[in-house]
Design a protein around this ligand. Structure first.
Ligand code: FES
Length: 170
């Protein structure tokens, strides 16, 4: 995309602006691409033992992608529904899923309510899935990392990563 921006033609710049909007990447008021640094924010991950890591992520990435990029212990085999997943529902029942939407509910994170204004609402589907898998550990702060797309407003957002689910659902 930098190459397209450097061409300087109106058409190329128009296409670049359009693509960047689709990707959630901001441009400056002059229509030129902003720098990587301008589209980088930091997320503060906190694990179940209270260990804290402030790590970079790009605007437009999902919170799950950022966690995976930095080897944070956060599982998300269904990646929000696009990836093939083999779910163990019980000892006898292993279900193959593919492109069926949210299905694993393992990418559970908890985020303080001070960030509610930048987060997607908890849908009934999310609530039900989180309660099924995480039981009492799911609460009003619970979200699915695969459904959160980073925006600039999320800079320094605190993300608590709970330990494994109370039941063996994998
Ligand atoms: S990765 Fe499966 S629900 Fe988020």
């Amino acid at each position: 995309m930098q190459y397209i921006a450097r061409l300087g033609s109106t058409a190329a710049l128009g296409a670049s602006k359009y693509s960047s909007r689709l990707m959630g990447v901001s441009t400056s008021s002059s229509g030129r691409f902003s720098t990587v640094a301008a589209n980088t924010i930091h997320i503060q991950f906190v694990d179940a033992e209270g260990n804290r890591a402030r790590l970079p992520g790009r605007v437009g990435q999902s919170l799950l992608e950022v966690a995976e990029q930095h080897s944070i212990a956060l599982e998300g085999p269904c990646h929000g529904g696009g990836a093939p997943t083999e779910l163990r529902r019980s000892e006898e029942w292993v279900e193959d899923t593919w492109g069926e939407g949210l299905s694993c509910f393992l990418c559970h994170v908890q985020i303080p309510s001070t960030f509610n204004h930048v987060l997607p609402e908890q849908t009934q589907e999310m609530k039900d899935g989180l309660e099924d898998v995480w039981e009492d550990e799911a609460n009003v702060s619970s979200r699915l990392a695969c459904t959160i797309t980073l925006t600039k407003d999320m800079n320094d957002m605190v993300v608590y990563v709970p330990d494994v689910p109370p039941i063996d659902c994998m």
